[in-house]
Design a protein around this ligand. Sequence first.
Ligand SMILES: Nc1nc2c(c(=O)[nH]1)N[C@H]1C(S)=C(S)[C@@H](COP(=O)(O)O)O[C@H]1N2
Ligand SMILES: [Mo]
Length: 426
Amino acid sequence: MKKNKKNQSLKLNRRELLVGSASLGAMAAASNSVFAKEVSSKNLPPNVPEWTGELGDGVDVNPYGMPSQFEENVIRRNVEWLTASSQSSVNFTPIQDLEGIVTPNGLCFERHHGGVSIINPKDYRLMINGLVDREMIFTLDDLKRFPQTNKFYFLECAANGGMEWKGSQLNGCQYTFGMVHNVQYTGVKLSDLIQETGLKPKAKWVLAEGSDSSGMTRSIPIEKLLDDCMIAWAMNGEALRSEQGYPARLVVPGWEGNMWVKWLRRLEFGDMPYMTREETSKYTDLLPEGNARMFTWVMDAKSVVTSPSPEKPILNKGVHQLKGLAWSGRGKISRVDVSLDGGKNWKTAKLHDPVLSKSVARFTFPFEWNGEELLIQSRAIDETNYIQPTIQELQKIRGVNSIYHNNSIATWLVNSDGKVDNVRLG
Ligand SMILES: Nc1nc2c(c(=O)[nH]1)N[C@H]1C(S)=C(S)[C@@H](COP(=O)(O)O)O[C@H]1N2
Ligand SMILES: [Mo]
């Protein structure tokens, strides 16, 4: 009985999918979803598809492999009105199109203040000076001779979701949550490297300096530096991409992306923070009373439903998998709750292995859709029992003048036609 019912709804879904292919095509174009543009019945069972009858490309055609041509919509995107100068701008990771927890290298969002520097690794040097016993200069090969570490970490720009403080503005999962990527880094821990230079007892802070034209500089307390920071030369198994700081960048796990200095050229140890532009006039949070929070380093727990989402409408009735990502700068994600009614009722989503510290985690939640309106939300809880707040809870403390550190719960409205909009409740 139960089995029959299941088969019936599967058949129905299949028929809807085929019959509705023209209108699905229109929807896909509007939403940037990826579907084959036309279905050729010649290729469908029981026929032998046309590609079976011919030889494919040989092993000499793709010395560096690229995604299938049918995945051409899975790309980084920028927002025009945020891109007055493309060298000092940002693009966004297409998180709605990704699975698992790894961001492919070519899809990692980029944020740079002076464009991408192109550096010959032979010309690369890292200088360490200031309150150390021995000031030293390392080549890239020198760095690679140290013990290495391989770790998955998320990097999130503190401005991720910054346009949504006052209300919902950008109708896309990519644009509202896509300033995050999650990569396995290979590099040397600072605690290992620093054994070579020694540290003077007075050393309390380090200034990290990039060699790009923006002269990016940030101060980091040495407790953090020696805890889990690393200098990485590889991401997801291959050399860093130029966009991500080739040949070497600083990795500051769980802390705001701005501190992860790319094209790293120098570490200076001192006894005070350096009060650089990026930690005084920028990357501070203007509070309602007119004073500002500063040194807001940790990225608080956050989550996003990547499907359904504005880019991923629901295409047919029946059972679907809600999918999403959650992360916390304080450690591991311990639970993710999902609501389909705007936060009135919550259910616990399934967290998928691996759940790693300061890395994104993948969650899913099966649900059945019968064409009714839904208000989809997700709420992350981390191992310190921090609970992702609503925007109202966050605004009570921070007001609406902030740009940075908006980790509030977002709401996707699923309309009765299955299209999805970014909305603000309350
Ligand atoms: N040298 C240098 N490092 C930099 C930046 C930069 O412009 N120059 N941008 C910072 C900011 S604001 C962020 S959010 C991250 C973005 O890293 P990604 O481009 O790998 O995503 O790099 C940080 N490191
Ligand atoms: Mo950033």
